[in-house]
Design a protein around this ligand. Structure first.
Ligand SMILES: [Zn+2]
Length: 326
């Protein structure tokens, strides 16, 4: 369980659901965010969260929205997917509605919403060295489409990204620059040795359904939570959890800018315990740039001009993250 940033969000009290308590407590100062326990986890009052940010909260039967001039968040009760500023996000726990009040989990507030809405939630750090990890390689082809292999598309995108980042003054290190196969352990070892400031792993997707298409960006699942594709939580805190807040902001900026640049289907920012994300000691993301199992998307990924759009999205995402952590 993470410890709440005392100075920033003040007193928390466990309260029992009751109308009188809610009425009394609602007159508390805006910086106080109350929580309650449900489903074995801590959930905060979304009305308190909205007040904390000075945002308006509109509550409907199935959804609620929190908005200000700068930001807009949309929650659907009992569903994990929602939107932050138009970008699809996957909450660690489904928000819910009880006795006239909407709730979000404390981890979703502290480790997902707050790092995206508020720069002050993030650790400032230098961002000069970027490690790019083109997925798979050599005998490990990754996903195989009708025409292309994931290992090759990932390398083409990684190389183009390297060129752009170097031109912008970044130092770039690669886990592979040719059709080689560094093991997953080799990749995290080189991240340990070269000490990059951020890590970005590039992949292509594949699914049984040929209709599946679009882009998704993953970051490490916080300790005690379930990954986006799972229901069961894992308690252990791993090295990749040293930067939970930065990971979330980085994944959000990458996903947002990728969708903006490519106009691809937004499959959202998600959480997963992928090996490379579990073991890195800097903020990191894994990007699924599109489905090789979808004919149209595979064709697009084969065009240099489309890959250039992906690279634009990645560069803009890195620059936005750099600005947020400066
Ligand atoms: Zn892959």
């Amino acid at each position: 369980m993470c410890s709440p940033p005392r100075k920033k969000y003040g007193l928390t009290t466990t309260i029992i659901f009751s109308l009188s308590m809610i009425f009394v407590a609602s007159s508390l100062n805006a910086q106080y965010i109350r929580f309650t326990k449900a489903y074995g986890k801590r959930y905060v009052y979304l009305s308190d969260v909205a007040r904390y940010y000075g945002m308006r909260l509109r509550v409907g039967k199935k959804k609620c929205e929190m908005s200000s001039r700068y930001s807009q968040l949309s929650f659907t009760f009992n569903r994990r997917s929602g939107f932050i500023n138009g970008v699809k996000v996957n909450f660690m726990n489904a928000p819910f509605f009880s006795r006239g009040r909407p709730f979000v989990s404390e981890h979703d507030f502290l480790l997902l919403i707050d790092p995206i809405l508020r720069k002050g939630a993030l650790h400032r750090h230098k961002l000069t060295t970027v490690m790019i990890d083109p997925g798979h390689g050599k005998q490990d082809t990754g996903a195989v489409g009708a025409r292309y292999k994931e290992k090759n598309i990932a390398l083409l995108i990684a190389k183009a990204l390297k060129t752009r980042l170097k031109a912008l003054g970044f130092k770039v290190v690669m886990t592979r620059s040719a059709d080689k196969f560094p093991s997953l352990k080799d990749r995290t070892n080189s991240a340990e040795k070269l000490k990059p400031d951020i890590f970005i792993s590039i992949h292509c997707n594949s699914a049984k359904s040929k209709a599946a298409h679009g882009i998704e960006t993953y970051c490490m699942t916080p300790a005690g939570e379930a990954s986006s594709s799972e229901r069961t939580s894992q308690a252990s805190k791993l090295r990749g959890n040293n930067h939970d807040k930065e990971n979330a902001r980085f994944a959000y900026e990458i996903q947002k800018n990728l969708i903006r640049a490519t106009k691809a289907n937004d499959r959202g920012m998600k959480f997963a315990r992928f090996f490379v994300l579990k073991n890195i000691n800097c903020p990191g993301v894994l990007v699924e740039t599109g489905f090789l199992s979808n004919n149209a998307e595979e064709a697009r990924l084969g065009y240099r001009s489309y890959r250039a759009k992906i690279v634009n999205g990645l560069v803009n995402g890195i620059l936005a993250y750099k600005k947020a952590t400066r």
